[in-house]
Design a protein around this ligand. Structure first.
Ligand code: NAD
Ligand code: MN
Length: 357
């Protein structure tokens, strides 16, 4: 029997609540299929660890993770630790250390879930956003001079490389090609940003020649928010920079009903290192400990993880179970329901064990 070694990093806020739920669903689907086993090791890294040790994870943290088959991540963020410390201390070192350069964010309206867009239902919005995850606006370059003085200057430098842009573009075209509509939208801001962004447009045109069966177009990121809102049916696969896709995918999550249902895979397509799967949302300390965190994003990302591991049948089964439960209206308050995290999780595990899933 196949045995997958999974590193769980629940981290902060509602992270531990949704990761516990996700692990329960993974267990249930592994038991139902019988063909594989998930062997989970949990790491207590995050803001509490930081308060004790002065760092979010041990110095050899990524070394400890490198032999796992995948990483299952909750969220970081605490009211009393600055966000740049939690993010740069844990999540980004893993993404960048393992060169997880493709951040893949599927969005669709699940059955029973209401989009805030009038007249838009399941089938009208079925996207995958591919976010460049290794460079761009989040490459960490920049600086501050004359701190606190009137002449203070701060810079954030966005770095785009031919290698980095070509590989994400190729990934996005390939993904678009694998989907029924074979449609890709390349997002930039190449009217105002005339260097790296123009390079994105040029590389998109070059890579498109390798994929003659994919229909593609270009959008400026500001106009893209309008198209996502007013013509969701016109989009399918989307590729954008680290910052642009970060923003667009929060919008996508909201248009699909809630941030609480939106999943992410941080993928190393070359499979040199473990990939990392997490809900898009943060630590949500406004609802931490209340037992009402929506576990659907975490179930969905667990399904992405199974798919990445090659357990496609189990991945589909898990999503079918989630869809059955949302359709029945067993959902948390963020999407208009009354159910608790525990009730949704039990319903999903029950559905996994059922006959028709
Ligand atoms: P957030 O995603 O934590 O919360 C935004 C809103 O959505 C809140 O009202 C929250 O209650 C709600 N929400 C989020 N997930 C939910 C779920 N599963 N079920 C029900 N409701 C849910 O974003 P924020 O409030 O901007 O940030 C809180 C902290 O999280 C900050 O410290 C931020 O830096 C961090 N953050 C971390 C990540 C990450 O770890 N990947 C992502 C985003 C934000
Ligand atoms: Mn974000």
């Amino acid at each position: 029997m196949k045995n997958y070694k999974i590193a769980a990093i629940p981290a902060d806020g509602i992270g531990p609540e949704v990761i516990a739920a996700g692990l329960q669903a993974l267990e249930a689907v592994a038991r139902r299929d019988g063909g594989f086993n998930v062997d989970v090791t949990s790491f207590d890294w995050g803001s509490d660890y930081y308060k004790k040790h002065g760092m979010m994870m041990p110095e050899n943290g990524t070394d400890q993770l490198k032999d796992f088959d995948a990483i299952f991540f909750g969220a970081v963020g605490a009211p009393d630790v600055p966000d740049h410390i939690t993010l740069w201390g844990l999540r980004l070192p893993i993404c960048q250390g393992f060169d997880q350069y493709a951040n893949v964010r599927p969005t669709k309206i699940l059955p029973g879930i209401q989009s805030p867009l009038a007249g838009v239902g399941p089938g009208d919005l079925d996207w995958v956003i591919v976010r460049e995850n290794s460079e761009g606006e989040y490459s960490g370059h920049g600086g501050r001079a004359h701190r606190g003085l009137p002449e203070e200057v701060g810079t954030e430098v966005a770095i785009f490389t031919r290698v980095g842009v070509t590989r994400i573009m190729r990934y996005a075209f390939k993904l678009a090609q694998s989907r029924p509509r074979k449609l890709l939208t390349v997002v930039t801001k190449s009217n105002a940003q005339r260097h790296g962004m123009v390079m994105w447009d040029e590389i998109a045109a070059e890579v498109s020649k390798e994929f003659p069966d994919v229909t593609w177009d270009k959008m400026l990121v500001d106009a893209m928010t309008v198209r996502m809102t007013l013509k969701p049916q016109s989009l399918d696969t989307i590729v954008a920079t680290n910052l642009h896709a970060d923003i667009l995918s929060d919008l996508a999550g909201a248009l699909a009903g809630s941030l609480g249902v939106a999943p992410t895979g941080n993928i190393d397509p070359e499979r040199r290192y473990p990939s990392m799967f997490e809900p898009i949302h943060g630590s949500a300390f406004d609802i931490t400990g209340k037992g009402i965190a929506n576990p659907v994003a975490t179930f969905w990302t667990a399904s992405q993880m199974l798919d990445h591991l090659g357990e496609n049948k189990a991945a589909i089964r898990l999503m079918r179970a989630v869809e059955k439960v949302t359709e029945e209206g067993i959902v948390t308050p963020d999407i208009g329901g009354k159910a608790t995290t525990k009730e949704v999780t039990e319903a999903v595990c029950e559905a996994i064990r059922g006959e028709n899933i």
